[in-house]
Design a protein around this ligand. Structure first.
Ligand code: FE2
Length: 345
């Protein structure tokens, strides 16, 4: 019986993955000992050649997650945005890379359509469909029919599960408070405004509450933990940080951590949360084509290790037996730049 199932899988999907329920994808991992790998990255300016695709591919990720700023458009001209996505998607190295991958993703501000943009961006619904086209999201997918690009996938590898919960930090995000001095923004008054909006919060809570996955990866375009830099971050909505932390704790979703982008640097941050039996990690990887040249350090109470200031991507290696995730910041020629490993309880 097992053999038949396997043959069916191979017959339909040459890369040994098959879609079951709407949000579940099974990977028949032929090598029982090999690690399951996800790679992600953000900030890919279509005008600059992304040199990293072959390096990313060397890690044999099963999944690629676009973390936002997947093109730079800052426009209300949807044809311009569409052309930029098309241009990005014509990159021969990218096309080669995605052949045998599951592609997921979200947007950040520059592909959403407006620098630091949020709920008031007038073409958000049109822009949403263009991102979903870029990601080859099926026409009947739920994220085509509702407001916002948030979505989730459960990847089953043999009998193990990883849930990827992709957030939308743009569509519903309300106003930010202008900062003082060199800070672009300062936190809103506690309780003021929203990062995710009501419908997405409800959905997220349910995604975590209902998850029976061994690991839960939350994708946020902007940083969750780093909170002093004055650019966009969850820190601009302190009550929303508390809310997500509480939901992570109360849901009892196992092995939960956050991946983010936006900053054109890469870093690991981790925070001890009351009631959570492991540190909550926010793994930031950005950018794929360009970096924050003037970055000279910043106060981040949660930072672990050196901040990476060269083009980079993120790699997540899941060891189901050890209940361990090895998180790697890698760069040109697949060079390992920083590493952080966590064994979950
Ligand atoms: Fe960016």
């Amino acid at each position: 019986m097992k053999k038949v199932l396997f043959l069916l899988t191979v017959a339909v999907f040459t890369n040994c993955k098959t879609q079951h329920a709407e949000n579940t994808i099974a990977i028949e991992n032929q090598n029982q000992n090999s690690l399951f790998t996800i790679a992600f990255g953000s900030c890919d300016n279509q005008k600059i050649k992304n040199e990293l695709w072959p390096a990313i591919d060397k890690n044999h990720p099963s999944v690629w997650i676009w973390g936002g700023d997947n093109v730079y458009s800052d426009t209300e001209d949807m044809k311009f945005l569409e052309n930029n996505y098309n241009f990005q998607k014509q990159d021969a190295d990218y096309l080669k890379f995605i052949k045998d991958k599951i592609i997921l993703g979200t947007w950040d501000d520059h592909d959403f359509g407006a620098n630091d943009g949020g709920e008031n961006y007038p073409f958000k619904r049109e822009s949403q469909q263009l991102l979903l086209d870029f990601l080859d999201t099926p026409k009947n997918a739920i994220e085509r029919k509702r407001d916002g690009v948030y979505n989730s996938k459960i990847i089953t590898v043999n009998k193990n599960k990883v849930k990827i919960i992709v957030l939308d930090t743009r569509f519903f995000r309300t106003g930010l408070t202008k900062g003082v001095g060199s800070k672009r923004f300062q936190p809103n008054k506690y309780g003021e405004g929203t990062m995710l909006g009501e419908a997405q919060w409800k959905w997220l809570e349910n995604e975590l509450n209902s998850s029976d996955a061994q690991f839960n990866v939350i994708v946020s375009s902007i940083q969750f933990l780093s909170n002093k830099h004055g650019f966009e971050a969850w820190a601009n909505f302190p009550h929303e940080i508390d809310k997500l932390e509480k939901i992570i704790v109360s849901s009892k979703a196992k092995g939960t951590f956050i991946i983010s982008g936006d900053r054109h640097i890469a870093t690991f941050s981790s925070k001890n949360i009351p009631g959570l039996s492991y540190p909550l990690v926010d793994f930031t990887s950005s950018g794929l084509t360009h970096i924050y040249k003037n970055f000279s350090g910043e106060e981040n109470l949660f930072v672990k290790g050196e901040v990476v200031k060269e083009i980079n991507f993120g790699v997540l290696k899941f060891d189901f037996k050890k209940n361990k995730v090895t998180m790697e910041i890698r760069g040109k020629e697949n060079k390992l730049l920083q590493e952080y490993a966590l064994i979950y309880p």
